[in-house]
Design a protein around this ligand. Structure first.
Ligand code: NI
Ligand code: MN
Length: 228
């Protein structure tokens, strides 16, 4: 089963599976590095990690245009349903099998409010089981030791933030890799704005030295990685 991931910059991913295309945290309008516009992307499902504008982003517009089902926590799913979207709500620790595979919400140490300040539930990450592959998208979070438990699931690919300031920086992302032990790691949530500037190549070199069993793949916005 071929799984193709495309990074649209920041924390936005398109994941094409044989049974549907997922879009994660579609922050495209207002994202200075996004290689596509919100009206150019396709999705069957949209996963939203938390309510901040750089993650909820264009979810409602894309979901209404494409008919995609929004998968998120109770509060965000309710918000999107109120805006006319098809939704499914989950909460942390809970999982459900969808046509493309299983989604489990994982903890994330962060905030989560809507752009207008209203409460948007707890932030989350995602553990995806797509065929035989396990993908962990940590979303916005600081380092936490329970990443070890997520690693025990056997992670093929982890997307982790390295931008610092709002999330883990490179040093804690390296510690996260030691806990998760993914086969492949792709850094995200960096270089979107000056505040999040990081040297991903230097980070990759530090991981290669400290955790040689994990391969870091550095993508540019718009580039893809095929998980085989
Ligand atoms: Ni955030
Ligand atoms: Mn963010």
């Amino acid at each position: 089963m071929a799984i193709k991931l495309t990074w649209y910059g920041h924390a936005c991913w398109s994941i094409e599976t044989p049974n549907g295309t997922l879009l994660i945290d579609p922050f495209l309008s207002g994202n200075p590095v996004a290689p596509v516009k919100a009206d150019q992307v396709n999705a069957d499902f949209i996963l939203v990690s938390h309510g901040h504008g750089d993650h909820l982003g264009d979810t409602v517009d894309i979901a209404k245009r494409t008919g995609a089902e929004v998968i998120s926590n109770f509060e965000i799913a309710g918000y999107c349903e109120g805006h006319g979207c098809k939704v499914h709500d989950l909460h942390i620790g809970g999982s459900k099998v969808f046509p493309f595979g299983r989604v489990k919400l994982t903890i994330a140490h962060h905030g989560s409010s809507f752009p207008d300040g209203r409460y948007a539930g707890n932030p989350s990450g995602f553990l995806l089981t797509l065929g035989k592959k396990k993908i962990y998208d940590a979303a916005d979070t600081g380092l936490f030791y329970d990443m070890k438990l997520i690693g025990e699931e056997g992670i093929d690919l982890a997307m982790l933030p390295i931008g610092d300031n709002y999330t883990m920086g490179p040093e804690d992302a390296l510690r996260a890799i030691k806990l998760i032990k993914p086969k492949v790691m792709i850094p995200m949530h960096y270089n979107t704005f000056d505040l999040l500037k990081q040297d991903a190549k230097a980070f990759a070199a530090s991981v290669k030295k400290a955790v040689p069993t994990t391969k870091v793949v550095v993508l540019q916005p718009g580039e893809s990685y095929e998980l085989k």
